[in-house]
Design a protein around this ligand. Structure first.
Ligand code: IPM
Ligand code: MG
Length: 345
């Protein structure tokens, strides 16, 4: 029986994770779950955002479902205090999750929920492939009373392996996003991506776009993109921007994958939304779609994954709108709507 570790985390995390569990129970009743604390919840209980016990449980699992971490209660700029995000970063590093996949596909039913015009977003179907365990996020950090530094470093091997993920995922084109006009890491990035392309994937189109220009093109002509391949921090920023193409960041799932055979981590792109936590009004769809990615990439259950995704589409087609999408549906009503469509298929 496959084992899944669930990490509800903070804020709306427990609410949306419970919603995803109801969906999983309907399509994959044979899964076994263990729940662990992470983020602020773990800081409160254990003084650290990620315990060894939680990390070990994740390593031993077949997949990890994480909701969200963080909140004003634990916000601090003191480098000696624990921060909830350390839980997430520790999991990514500890599980070797170097490839973060963030699909962006606005549904026709939501075209008018996006702040961008329908003509601009229509038929967008892109995938952000974000490097997740290197770069400025994990480089050495220093702090004195008057200065602070964050080192950005990439090795050839780190770029090669993420480039391969992007080329394999591409249907037609990979857009490699960097800042090669300024950063040395970006020049290495560009050289390695081109070498991997020439040697292993010559039939995929490859283009280089500087990150500032990519940020502009993403809202000016999102349809242009197929796979966006980029380093850790650029991917963080561009994926939030891309989320608005779908109308709400409450819609975007993500998969973080490591080496073949190792457990992946599946989580929504959105955060813990402390302002609406505990009210039962959070949009659970990004979490539910993340559960679909767990079924597909973590457990190889394509049929069930597609069924969940179709049920989400159908629920939205049927008029389901949570608050972030301009409607009034609660978390429970949204979950019921998806369940109802699942039962019909
Ligand atoms: C994300 C988040 C995280 C990141 C934070 C919470 C550390 O913004 O997953 O995009 O920056 O990677
Ligand atoms: Mg982010």
């Amino acid at each position: 029986m496959p084992t899944i570790v669930t990490l509800p985390g903070d804020g709306i995390g427990p609410e949306v994770l419970a919603a995803a569990r109801r969906i999983l129970d309907a399509v994959a009743p044979d899964l076994d779950y263990t729940e662990h604390l992470v983020g602020g919840a773990s800081i409160d209980a254990h003084g650290t955002a990620l315990t060894d016990e939680t990390l070990d449980a994740c390593r031993a699992a077949d997949g990890v479902l994480l909701a969200a971490v963080g909140g004003p209660k634990w916000d601090t700029t003191d480098p000696d205090k624990p921060r909830p995000e350390q839980g997430l970063l520790g999991l990514r590093k500890g599980l070797g999750l170097f490839a973060n996949l963030r699909p962006v596909r606005p549904l026709p039913a939501l075209y008018d929920a996006s702040p961008l015009r329908r003509e601009i977003i229509e038929n967008t179907d892109l995938l952000v492939v974000r490097e997740l365990t290197g770069g400025i996020y994990f480089g050495e950090k220093t702090r004195t009373a008057t200065t602070a530094t964050d080192l950005c470093s990439y090795s050839v091997e780190e770029v090669e392996r993420i480039a391969r993920v992007a080329f394999r995922a591409a249907r037609s084109r990979v857009t490699s996003v960097d800042k090669a006009n300024v950063l040395e890491t970006s020049r290495l990035w560009r050289e390695v991506v081109h070498r991997v392309h020439g040697e292993e994937f010559p039939n995929v189109l490859l283009e280089d776009v500087l990150v500032d220009n990519a940020a502009m093109q993403l809202v000016a002509a999102p349809r242009h993109f197929d796979v966006i391949l980029t380093e850790n921090m650029f991917g963080d920023i561009l994926s939030d921007e891309a989320a608005m193409i779908t109308g709400s960041i409450g819609m975007l799932p993500s998969a973080s994958l490591g080496a073949e055979g190792d457990p992946g981590l599946f989580e929504p792109v959105h955060g813990s939304a402390p302002d609406i936590a505990g009210q039962g009004v959070a949009n659970p769809l990004a979490m539910i779609l993340s559960a679909a990615l767990l079924l597909r990439h973590g457990l190889g259950r394509e049929k069930e994954a597609a069924a969940v995704e179709s049920a989400v589409d159908a629920a939205l087609d049927g008029g389901l709108r949570t608050r972030d999408l301009g409607g009034e549906a609660t978390t429970d009503e949204a979950t019921q709507a998806v369940l109802a469509h699942l039962e019909r298929t």
